[in-house]
Design a protein around this ligand. Structure first.
Ligand SMILES: *[C@@H]1O[C@H](CO)[C@@H](O)[C@H](O)[C@H]1NC(C)=O
Ligand SMILES: *[C@@H]1O[C@H](CO)[C@@H](O)[C@H](O)[C@H]1NC(C)=O
Ligand SMILES: *[C@@H]1O[C@H](CO)[C@@H](O)[C@H](O)[C@H]1NC(C)=O
Ligand SMILES: *[C@@H]1O[C@H](CO)[C@@H](O)[C@H](O)[C@H]1NC(C)=O
Ligand SMILES: *[C@@H]1O[C@H](CO)[C@@H](O)[C@H](O)[C@H]1NC(C)=O
Length: 944
């Protein structure tokens, strides 16, 4: 039995769950819908195993799996997305893909595959996206893509393909929409090599192929909308030959960045083809062509978007932009522009990119662009701004001025920007905000002022920004914030004040954070806040009743102490980031004001003392579902045992000094799904036996990267995996105990049932014998009996006794009978009465009927009478069957059956038959004094 138990345990261990490998799982192991398995960057040299059968999304990227064999994958019918990129794969056995026929997205990018063989993709009839980019593919078998009936996107860029004909088979598949074949070794592209009929392609990227010829002589791309031939050609010699002007007239976006065609061919490309649909043209990095020439050809009549990045343009002149008056978007990014002489031709312009140039001032450049919605002036050299710079830009929605050298904001500078929603002023040298924002920018939603030199925020600096949602003041030098500095920011949801010089004094006055009724997130990390008090007089966040996220981690000098009422007033708080604060104690009242808290991050603190955190800390926050307490010097998680965290699903406690994880702890966290205990100092003995087995078996909780956990104690096992711990010895010990216990229990059970079954009567007999002995010794002297017969019968048969038996035996024959309804002494126990009755009678007459058989008392009477046979060597029993009971119906009453088999008995005649013989025989039976033989002789002749 214990062996069976042992076997059971062992077989359970073998059904390993995902804790075993280096993978993590999101979603329930048994869910069909969303099971995701992540095994990336884990140094796997083979496909990890076992992969849960129902996986839908599997990421094994960034490993070292050079060969993939058919048997590496079991049948994964649910798999839709497989990422095997960046894993050094050089060989995949043919037929492997047949194990995941429902795959939709297959990523094999950045491996070392040399060939797409016929069987590689066999069976992938549902595949829509295939990435083979970044391999070393030189050849593609003719039928390699035959299975791919639903392919939409094929990426073959960065390989060694020499000829476009290699991809011919897949190009012909009816659904292919996007082909990426850039950065190969294609030296000609001629449509006649591919097809004579129309293809379904919508997007082709040919970039970075050393093409000498780009020739289209059939209308094979009727639906093409995106064509990228950037960086194609060599030494400016690519031949452009489109035999019919109309062949590319569905193209809407064309990328000619750094295309290597002769200067004069630019004209051919742009003007001998009818780009009827073209509205986006990228013509960057053609530095060797004069900017004026470029715009002259590029500004085609229907063109809306023109990108002219990295063309070394230095002066934007009227002449240059003359042909471009229809443009809505113009990108001059990354040039050398220091002067903008005229933009007034661009009356339709909505988006203007001037980032990464050499502008030092803006002056009146944008005066004539009333339609402008987006203006990017970031990463220039602008140091001063004047009030007229953005005058009249009433339609402007986004203005980027980050990464310049602006130090001062004139009060009037944003005066006309009534529609501005997004203003980025980060990475400048702004010292003070002054009146720049006051009562302006009514539409502003995002204001970014990071990496400036602000040191003080004055009262009502932002008043009027009634639509502001996000205010980012991070990475300044703010140490003083006046009370009501942020008041009137009715709609502010996010306030970022991280990486400043804010101290506890800065925020001492609760009015600092007043006037923001909708604030949801407050960032205060990386400041110098610290406290000495246990309880604050005025908790700083009292006015932030809507705040949901407070990020206060990483205080540069450590917070020292977290006052027990620091969070008072934060009744909506859901997430608290309190890591790296050198905290060593959490007061049980810390979270009493924050009942909605579900996320708590307390990593990198110093909770080394036993009482640093107690279960009481968690009692006010029963909704907690994520607790992160890594690198916090804790050596036991037992404070969670009585914390009532019934909703905790993620617990990260890596890099502590935990040594034992006990069963009670695990049982007190019923919803735990992720349990991260990496880099702890486990004790490898039987104390962790339960934990290890549970971690291996649980298919609800993942103990993340269990296989990397090592032993710290005992020294002999140091740095061994805890999975090497010979739990069998614990197992056996426990098992042995279990074995002993169960053996004892089994033996006892057997014994008891045996006794009950077979010796019950003998025990009872012994008891009665003892009683009888006492009785006998009492009665020995008496000699003789009070009664001639004790009548054992069921109450239901009393009428017969009264009407037949008594008149015949007592009245007529003169026997003295003992009847329990008449002769039992009231007050004595029934059993005593029965004993008395039986032992003071010479004989015992049992009147057997169906009712008699069913009654327990009657059967006891029979037993006791039977004992006298042993006891006194006298057979005192006389059986009378009042009803006709066939022997087979006696079988449940085996005692009687045995008697009936051994003894003869009397039978009450059937109705109407003569009863005289019966009475005669009964009298004779009563008269016999001794021994069964005599009686037998007497009663023989009765049918049995
Ligand atoms: C798991 O990851 C560790 C470290 O990343 C590595 O040393 C180990 O070999 C991996 N285990 C398996 C089964 O691949
Ligand atoms: C081009 O697009 C149209 C409309 O979407 C479609 O009916 C037609 O079949 C496509 N042509 C090819 C060759 O796929
Ligand atoms: C352009 O292609 C057509 C068709 O293949 C060919 O007849 C013609 O000679 C080519 N033109 C040049 C200049 O190569
Ligand atoms: C155009 O080509 C350049 C160079 O290959 C590339 O960086 C850029 O992303 C392309 N633009 C688009 C819109 O594809
Ligand atoms: C830019 O062009 C304008 C008009 O052609 C000219 O007056 C100005 O000197 C030029 N600036 C530079 C820096 O070339």
């Amino acid at each position: 039995m214990s062996l069976a138990l042992l076997c059971m345990c062992i077989s359970v261990f073998e059904v390993s769950t995902f804790s075993l490998t280096n993978c993590t799982v999101s979603g329930a192991l048994n869910s069909m819908q969303n099971l995701k398995v992540f095994c990336y960057k884990m140094g796997f040299r083979t496909v990890p195993s076992p992969i849960p059968r129902k996986v839908r999304y599997l990421d094994i990227s960034f490993n070292l799996i050079s060969n993939i064999k058919v048997e590496d994958f079991e049948d994964l019918w649910n798999l839709r997305y497989l990422n095997l990129s960046n894993s050094n794969v050089s060989w995949i056995q043919e037929g492997t893909a047949e194990h995941f026929p429902n795959l939709i997205n297959f990523n094999l990018a950045n491996n070392k595959l040399k060939r797409v063989s016929e069987g590689l993709l066999n069976g992938l009839v549902n595949l829509q996206v295939l990435r083979l980019d970044g391999n070393r593919i030189e050849s593609i078998d003719t039928y390699a893509f035959d299975s791919l009936q639903k392919i939409k996107v094929l990426n073959l860029s960065k390989n060694n393909l020499q000829q476009i004909a290699n991809v011919k088979p897949v190009l012909l598949s009816a659904g292919l929409e996007e082909l990426f074949i850039g950065k190969n070794n294609l030296d000609v592209f001629t449509s006649s090599d591919l097809s004579r009929t129309a293809l379904s392609l919508k997007k082709i990227v040919f970039s970075q192929n050393p093409l000498t010829k780009f020739e289209i002589s059939e209308n094979i791309f009727p639906n093409l909308t995106f064509l990228d031939i950037s960086h194609c050609g060599q030494n400016r010699r690519m031949l452009w030959n489109i035999t019919d002007k109309a062949f590319l007239n569905s193209v809407t976006a064309l990328n000619l960045t750094a295309v290597q065609i002769p200067e004069e061919s630019i004209t051919t490309v742009l003007h001998n083809t009818s780009w009827d649909s073209l509205n986006k043209l990228r013509i960057s990095e053609l530095k060797w062509i004069k900017a004026e020439t470029l715009t002259q050809y590029a500004c085609l009549p229907g063109l809306k978007v023109l990108r002219l990045q990295r063309n070394k343009i230095s002066n934007v002149t009227a002449q240059m932009l003359a042909p471009c008056s229809n443009l809505t978007e113009l990108d001059f990014g990354d040039n050398e522009i220091s002067q903008i002489s005229a933009l007034k031709e661009l009356t339709q312009l909505r988006v203007l990119h001037l980032q990464i140039n050499k502008l030092t001032k803006v002056e009146n450049a944008f005066r004539d662009l009333p339609m402008l919605e987006f203006l990017d002036l970031s990463r220039n050299r602008i140091s001063t701004l004047t009030c007229s710079d953005f005058a009249n830009l009433t339609q402007l929605i986004s203005l980027y001025l980050y990464s310049n050298t602006i130090s001062k904001l004139p009060p009037c500078i944003f005066k006309d920007l009534n529609n501005l929603e997004n203003l980025r002023l980060g990475s400048n040298k702004i010292l003070t905000l002054g009146m720049a924002f006051k009562n302006k920018l009514p539409s502003l939603k995002v204001l970014q002022l990071t990496y400036n030199k602000l040191s003080k925020i004055y009262k009502k600096s932002f008043s009027g920004l009634s639509n502001l949602r996000t205010l980012d003041l991070g990475d300044n030098q703010i140490f003083e914030i006046e009370a009501y500095a942020f008041s009137e920011l009715q709609n502010l949801t996010e306030l970022k004040l991280s990486s400043n010089r804010i101290t506890d004094k800065t925020i001492r006055d609760p009015a600092v954070f007043s006037g923001m009724p909708n604030l949801k997130s407050l960032e205060l990390y990386s400041n110098v806040i610290s406290f000495v008090e246990d309880v604050l007089q005025m908790p700083p966040f009292g006015n932030l009743g809507s705040l949901e996220i407070l990020t206060i981690h990483s205080q540069r000098r450590g917070i020292e102490k977290m006052p027990s009422n620091l969070l008072q007033g934060l009744t909506s708080l859901k997430m608290f980031y309190g890591g790296s604060m050198n905290l060593n104690y959490l007061h049980p009242d810390t979270f009493t004001s924050t009942p909605k808290l579900w996320f708590l991050e307390l990593s990198k603190n110093a909770f080394a003392d036993d009482g640093s955190i107690t279960a009481e800390v968690f009692h006010p926050i029963p909704k907690l579902s994520k607790l992160i307490i890594s690198r916090s010097q804790i050596h036991s998680l037992n404070f969670l045992i009585n914390a009532n965290l019934t909703r905790l699903s993620v617990l990260r406690a890596s890099e502590n000094t935990l040594d034992v994880i006990n069963q009670t702890l695990i049982q007190s966290l019923p919803r735990l799904k992720f349990f991260d205990l990496k880099k702890n100092t486990f004790t490898c003995d039987c104390n962790n036996w339960f934990f290890i087995n549970w971690a291996l078996q649980s298919n609800y909780t993942q103990v993340i990267y269990l296989n990397t956990y090592t032993c710290s104690y005992p020294l002999s096992l140091r740095s061994k995996s805890i999975l090497d711990l010979n739990t069998e010895s614990c197992n056996v010990n426990l098992d042995f105990i279990m074995f002993l216990c169960s053996l004892i229990v089994v033996m006892l059970t057997l014994l008891v049932s045996f006794v009950y079954q077979f010796l019950h009567w003998h025990v009872l007999y012994a008891y009665y014998l003892f009683i009888a002995f006492l009785y006998d010794s009492k009665k020995k002297q008496q000699h003789g009996f009070t009664y001639d017969a004790f009548i054992s019968y069921n109450a239901q048969d009393e009428p017969w006794v009264v009407k037949e038996l008594l008149p015949n035996l007592e009245d007529e024959q003169g026997w003295r009978l003992c009847l329990h309804h008449r002769d039992f002494e009231p007050g004595r126990s029934i059993i005593d009465n029965i004993m008395d009755g039986i032992y003071s009678s010479r004989k015992t007459i049992c009147l057997i009927t169906y009712n008699y058989l069913k009654s327990t008392w009657c059967s006891k009477e029979i037993q006791m009478a039977n004992f006298r046979l042993f006891d006194e060597q006298k057979d005192v029993l006389i059986l009378i069957f009042l009803e006709d009971i066939p022997t087979h119906q006696l079988s449940p009453y085996y005692r009687i059956r045995k008697l009936v088999k051994k003894k003869t008995y009397l039978k009450w005649p059937k109705r109407g038959e003569d009863t005289r013989v019966f009475w005669q025989k009964l009298r004779m039976a009563l008269e016999t004094k001794e021994g069964p033989e005599e009686e037998k002789a007497l009663l023989s002749g009765q049918e049995g």
